[in-house]
Design a protein around this ligand. Structure first.
Ligand code: TRP
Length: 333
């Protein structure tokens, strides 16, 4: 057994972007070195708001796997698996559903925000309302102690730990609590300067964006709205150009020099954008190169998912047996 046990995942609803990289992929690359890491493609969770477009979900399972492999998640170090291939997760969810009140679910801040953002109004699917409980099943099924996520997922970990405590109190110590592992860099804003980069917000740079698209997106990026003339002093705080460079600059001394110059005045946005473009290209090119190599090897992709899912299923199955035994539901031995 290596280090800590880690469970994390993403919904397969679209390609991953730079915000995902800064928010969680980067942590996973570091963590896979010395820990037992499970990375889940949450296709069932994706269905909670994509029930009318399951083809979007199934298509993106492969895309997500390609993004994972392209950034450097290594199937020999991390178990990459598909949620719907691990039936025990759904069964665990049913046991946990009884340990959470309806009222508690209604107050989950992430769920509340998503309901508004997705315009669900009064028609919130029960599966969507309860996905934090399924997420507790995902985490506890592997006895995960560490969950690398962006800050929007903190309420999910809190909910998981409430379930763990309730379960252990009622049925005896079976489950362990998990801690979040937050990115060292703050959240990457969108190219429009809005606080979050998101697919539905139209302000994302994707890991798989062709280089000319990256160029165009950077050119249009929001910066300091008061930096109108080159000679004016500019602000670097909250300026997306510098926030991106904080994560992707190749040369930190050069970045430091640019920051001072920008603040003094005399450094054009265009120059900063050109440097950012160069850095993003240097970052993305090898990723895209690997992505296209993996994309041609369908048998490898399928085999990776199959083997990963089988491994994950065996672990989750064992936890499910322990959970049932703790509740007292074992009849035949
Ligand atoms: N909710 C996560 C997202 O939207 C995906 C997810 C599902 C997850 N189960 C998880 C993340 C368990 C961490 C742990 O991206």
């Amino acid at each position: 057994m290596r280090g800590e046990t880690i469970l994390t995942g993403d919904r397969p609803t679209g390609p991953l972007h730079l915000g995902h990289y800064v928010g969680s992929l980067h942590s996973r690359l570091i963590l896979q070195e010395e820990n037992e890491q499970y990375v889940m493609i949450a296709d069932m969770q994706a269905l909670t708001d994509h029930m009318h477009s399951p083809d979007v979900v199934s298509h993106n399972v492969k895309e997500l796997l390609l993004d994972y492999l392209a950034v450097g998640l290594d199937p020999d170090q991390s178990t990459l698996f598909i949620q719907s291939e691990v039936a025990a997760l759904s069964e665990l969810t049913l046991y946990y559903l009884n340990l959470v009140t309806w009222n508690r679910l209604k107050h989950n801040p992430t769920v509340k925000e998503e309901i508004v953002q997705k315009g669900m109004g009064e028609s919130v699917p029960a599966g969507f309302m309860t996905y934090p409980i399924a997420q507790a099943a995902d985490i506890t099924a592997f006895h995960a102690t560490l969950v690398p996520v962006g800050s929007d997922q903190l309420p999910m970990i809190e909910q998981t730990n409430e379930i763990v405590r309730a379960f252990n109190r009622l049925y005896g110590q079976s489950l362990v609590e998990a801690r979040p592992y937050l990115p060292s860099q703050g959240r990457l804003p969108g190219t429009d300067g809005k606080s979050k980069m998101g697919k539905s917000l139209g302000n994302a740079i994707y890991l798989s964006d062709p280089i000319d698209v990256v160029r165009k997106k950077v050119k249009k990026m929001y910066s300091d709205p008061h930096h109108l003339r080159v000679e004016d002093p500019g602000r670097i705080e909250g300026n997306p150009l510098f926030l991106y460079l904080e994560s992707f600059a190749q040369d930190t001394d050069h970045l430091q020099g640019m920051k001072e110059h920008y603040q003094r005045g005399g450094l054009a946005d265009r120059i900063v954008k050109d440097y950012l473009t160069d850095c993003l290209i240097a970052f993305l090119e090898p990723i895209q190169q690997r992505r296209s190599e993996y994309a041609n090897d369908i048998p490898f992709l399928l085999n990776t998912l199959k083997k990963g899912s089988q491994r994950a299923a065996a672990v989750a199955e064992k936890t499910l047996s322990e959970v049932k035994a703790s509740v007292g539901l074992h009849y035949f031995d």
